[in-house]
Design a protein around this ligand. Structure first.
Ligand code: SF4
Length: 313
């Protein structure tokens, strides 16, 4: 029976430490894979390239393709939306916009007609889990192979991860393996230091975790740091909100959905300045729970080191 060891690399500290453990243990048939969501910070893309070079482990990039599902949705819009009472202007706008862009995150949202959210988090499965299973695991799964899927998760990250086992069988010779499950965060950065591998520079710039920019789970502080440091990322999301709204039956959708979001239609472009990502960025600069502008926060130099891990003294 042949053994394959495949490490899912995200560009974050935990998956990097996991790759370093696999290297240290000289895991046979070691491969690393990076699922590109199309919504990462440029520094993360650069970091994944650096990691492959610095460790000598080639990192394979995979990504999801939603072209067929967007074509299916186009057909559905054309044949069903009118009979469901959707306004003709919204039907036409959707038909105009429903063409794949080649960006996985944006295409996923165009297909769904909405963004993922903390409650409806279809992004991880569609953009990361499925492409890795379909493009990396499935081609090597047979009755003569055992595949260990190395995952960089730690128990102290969240309640949901607290009771995960170190190893469990998925089926068909595929196992999940979580070698750093019990590690504290200090051990993760120590593993980088010992191996001479730099952590993703985003940790030094106010990001407590590395992932989509921004992730639907990002905190208020992270959103503020992102908006202050990388307004271009906010501008990209603003444009995506406009495009995905055109593919939405409601005519409106935003990255961070809140229950009291006003209904703003895609054609109502003037309102985008106080809607969606802009409204959330405005909120991220307020004191907790309020809408008042937080002068202290605004006075902070967000370009100074604000690592949540105290990497710099
Ligand atoms: S990083 Fe966040 S937004 Fe991106 S796929 Fe994961 S949960 Fe979704």
């Amino acid at each position: 029976m042949s053994e394959h060891n495949i490490v899912s690399v995200s560009g974050g500290k935990d998956s990097t430490a996991t790759l370093l453990v696999a290297l240290e243990l000289d895991a046979p048939n070691l491969q690393a894979v990076f699922a590109d969501t199309g919504h990462e910070h440029p520094e993360t893309y650069n970091y994944v390239r650096y990691l492959a070079e610095a460790t000598g482990v080639p990192i394979r990039w995979v990504s999801a393709d939603f072209a067929q599902r967007i074509a299916g949705k186009r057909n559905y819009v054309e044949t069903k939306w009118r009979e469901k009472g959707v306004l003709e202007s919204i039907v036409q706008a959707a038909l105009d916009i429903l063409h794949p862009t080649g960006n996985p995150f944006l295409d996923l949202c165009l297909w769904k007609g909405r963004f993922p959210s903390t409650n409806v988090r279809f992004c991880t499965e569609e953009l990361k889990r499925n492409p890795i299973i379909e493009q990396v695991f499935m081609p090597i799964m047979d009755d003569k192979s055992m595949i260990l899927s190395w995952q960089g998760v730690r128990r102290d990250e969240s309640f949901a991860r607290r009771y995960l086992p170190e190893c469990d069988e998925v089926g068909g010779g595929l196992f999940n393996y979580r070698p750093i499950l019990k590690w504290p965060v200090e051990a993760v950065f120590e593993a980088h230091r010992v191996a001479g591998i730099k952590p993703n520079p985003l940790y030094l710039k106010g990001c407590s975790r590395v992932g989509c920019m921004p992730c639907v789970n990002c905190s208020k502080d992270e959103l503020r740091a992102i908006a202050d440091r990388w307004p271009g990322e906010v501008a990209r999301v603003r444009e995506w909100e406009r495009l995905v709204s055109l593919a939405s039956r409601r005519g409106s959708t935003t990255l961070f959905t809140t229950s009291n979001d006003p209904m703003v239609t895609a054609s109502d472009s003037v309102n985008y300045q106080t809607h969606g990502i802009d409204r959330m960025v405005e909120w991220s600069r307020t004191a907790r729970g309020g809408r008042q502008f937080d002068l202290l926060a605004a006075a902070e130099d967000s370009k100074a080191c604000s690592s949540a891990y105290g990497l710099c003294e």
